[in-house]
Design a protein around this ligand. Structure first.
Ligand code: ZN
Length: 337
């Protein structure tokens, strides 16, 4: 992050120098940092569609990729960086990802420091794309509100806010509106089609939210308690009336050390006191520590939930909608016993 700030600073300086000197010499001197600042809106030609060729769009991770696909239909060339099953917190970009950013006209990102690898990659790629942070406008939960997060504080690596906004279906609605706006602005010729696609998908999301509420309501309120590997269900809990008893990693990021023996003892006690019959692993990690905690607490290890990524093609979590339906069914079954 510090390197990024330095680069931004150098960029600002160069802009000032350009204004003052008007010279070709200044352009040459500043050539290395001539990209637009990371979050600045851009109106350069690179950010709009080229007539006759589809808009090139990047989504940073699989859940966002599916939302973008539903709005874009077959009108854009969409590339998703962190694929199904991948942990976007710890994702290691490949050279092809840098190329995709360099060629893109629009980049959709979650924001809230979920994709910590993105800004450096974006800058290094020289991309001129419009960056759209789809979590903008969502009422956020601060990371400190999470339970049992001493690890995160020690590591100091997570952001100020819980980034896992998509687990509340109403937030997906906001994300889809940002995606619509980003596409319509960059490719106005297809704005009507993006609006129609978005409206059709938003109706599906409305039905999905109603489905989750209906399924959750079959579970007595005192059984709506979650224990998972990391703090990914804060927004789900707030929207659908669950309590987060604790998590194995005690952090909104997976990029933290494994829990200490003392942390595990504490969580096992919390699990026993809560009376939950089952705890959950997540599709983005191995689940070893969570499995151990389930064993020590004497509770069931429930089927794996789709948390920060979609499932592989053919799985129960191939789309955002499938993932949400599968997660709630799995929770209701495991916690209703
Ligand atoms: Zn996460």
């Amino acid at each position: 992050m510090q390197m990024h700030s330095l680069l931004s600073g150098a960029h600002t300086f160069c802009r000032v120098a350009l204004v003052l000197l008007f010279g070709l010499a200044a352009l040459t001197a500043c050539g290395g940092t001539s990209q637009p600042a990371a979050s600045a809106p851009t109106t350069e030609p690179g950010a709009t569609a080229v007539a006759g060729s589809p808009l090139k769009v990047v989504a940073t991770f699989s859940v966002l990729g599916d939302l973008a696909q539903n709005v874009a239909g077959d009108l854009v060339e969409l590339k998703t960086l962190a694929p199904a099953g991948a942990d976007a917190h710890t994702f290691e970009p490949r050279p092809a990802d840098s190329v995709a950013l360099a060629e893109a006209q629009v980049v959709f990102e979650n924001g809230l420091e979920f994709e910590e690898w993105l800004s450096d990659l974006f800058t290094a790629s020289g991309s001129q794309a419009q960056r759209v942070e789809v979590s903008e406008g969502i009422e956020l939960i601060t990371a400190e509100e999470g339970e049992h997060d001493e690890h995160a504080e020690e590591e100091g690596e997570h952001g100020e806010f819980d980034p896992h906004v998509w687990h509340d279906v109403n937030h997906a609605v906001i994300m889809v509106e940002h995606i619509h706006d980003g596409l319509a602005q960059a490719d106005p010729a297809n704005a009507d089609a993006y609006r129609a696609n978005a409206d059709s998908y938003l109706q599906q999301l409305k039905d999905l939210d109603a489905f989750v509420v209906e399924r959750v309501n079959t579970l007595p309120a005192e059984r709506r308690k979650l224990v998972t590997t990391h703090e990914t269900f804060g927004y789900f809990a707030r929207r659908y009336g669950f309590e987060i008893v604790g998590t194995a990693l005690g952090s909104v990021s997976t990029e933290v050390a494994d829990p200490s023996a003392a942390d595990i003892v504490e969580l096992v006690e919390q699990i026993k006191a809560s009376g939950v019959p089952a705890i959950f692993t997540e599709n983005i990690e191995g689940g070893g520590v969570t499995e151990r905690i389930a064993r020590e607490a004497g509770v069931e290890l429930a089927p794996t939930l789709y948390t920060d990524a979609l499932g592989e093609p053919g799985s129960n979590g191939e789309t955002y909608e499938q993932m949400m339906r599968y997660n709630v069914e799995t929770m209701v079954t495991a916690l209703g016993r």
